[in-house]
Design a protein around this ligand. Sequence first.
Ligand code: 16G
Ligand code: ZN
Length: 533
Amino acid sequence: QLPVEAISTLSELHPKPSHIRYQYGTAGFRTLGSVLDSVLFRVGIIAGLRSKKLDGKTIGVMVTASHNPEPDNGVKLVDPRGEMLEAAWEAHATNLANAATTEDFINALDTLVRVAKIDLSKPSRVVYARDTRPSGPSLVAAFEDGLKAIGAEGRNAGVTTTPILHYLVRAINTKGKKDEYGVDSEEGYFTKLSGAFQKLVAGKTALPPLIIDCANGVGAEAVQKMSGYLGDSIKLIPYNASTTTPGALNNACGADFVKTTQKLPPSLAGDIKPGQRACSLDGDADRLMYYYLDDQNQFHMLDGDKISSLVAGFIVDLVKIAGLDRTIRVGVVQTAYANGSSTKYLAERLPVRCVPTGVKHLHHAAEHFEVGVYFEANGHGTVLFSPETLQTLATHEPSTPAQSTALNHLRNLTLLINQTVGDAISDLLLVETVLAHKSYSGAEWDSLYVDLPNRLVKVVVADRHVFHTEDAERRLVSPKGLQAKIDALVKRYDGGRSFVRPSGTEDVVRVYAEAMIKSQADELAFRVAGLVY
Ligand code: 16G
Ligand code: ZN
């Protein structure tokens, strides 16, 4: 039986604004922090029910709006292995968030319990965290009311990064089991990653200090803590670490700023020297962008595709040296936004798959390889090792010293990499590992392939829902006839490629184009946008 009394008393304290329609999208619920109170309360109850449904396994809840402006906030649920919430429950969440009154809400809960066959007598456990946004504390309080209403046991992980919350969920649910992921605390996370990193770079080319633009977000605190665990293996220098300055979060800094403007954050200018590399995190530290200045002080960006190419190449080599290339197939997953040059570079070396935008699509596709490397061009990504591969790595008997060394490196990589979700801090240690092994500078890494000039534009349209895509968002099926016009246009550009897709996070349609020369990429993007408008 649902605790109707407790739910309705507390629900009255968190009424739904009548004019808003919420949607659990690719990034969970996300909008202005000031209109999310009722959503957070209800998510508390939904998380409790999800845990009961999964026999009391711990569910994660992260309160963040990532790279979005400071007044925004959001919330998303994390399933027991640290992965994104199952799709069917995204729809349940949307439905419950939009119930107009307390009575409607309770009725909808009743239906869900019946339809999803939830045994209410099961225990429910939820671990939750938030980023540094000013709206965070009151939203967490509303969420805690939801936990109280459904009688769920909550564990507050405080202010931390999205990937650390995902790590905690997996660590809690695997505690004491054969596949134990790590100690279920922040300290457990820092110890696990830093230990693996120190082993991986021991005896390699010394790494120069690394400037990290923390987007004035929660990553700043995590980078500072991680520094304390790294010994003298690498010095991390946090920039944009003002987590309490109003308006500073993601403002003219951070991974999304760098990717969209293709510029150095102004706050780093002057402090990064020619030849030096640096990187930017986003507001919840799950995206990473690298860059460097060349000898002429020119800015060069090393995005998710460059990270993917660097990392996949390194792992393929290690697997080969370890003598495991017949058992372990390394593959890469990208989206349509991947630069055409990266796809070409990778496809010459290993299997590459293209999937629709959004972490869950990449993650699931990557699970089909023994080792699946996935990155979005925007810098979100990680590497997944299948359970069989972990087993192989643990038990394989090397027959030469070279095989033994490579095998040990692979084992340490499985510990260094946060396999639950993209993790900027884990990823940057991974990048630094590869650079140390290869003795690469930023410029040498950059020269793996030359990016095709590209342009992304957004178009405001009357109704973005009339745009439907196929072939991993690379082609439009509707509006009718539009794709043929795009094809005809693209054909006129040397190295031209363009696609149109409705955004999953904003009320716009996005147009991407690339071509051999920058002016042509720009022109193609604007002409395609003209067709869409
Ligand atoms: C969300 C996605 C991100 C994707 C972006 C695209 C997750 C956790 N995040 O932020 O992967 O790149 O949406 O946004 O899935 P768009 O649909 O507005 O282009
Ligand atoms: Zn993020």
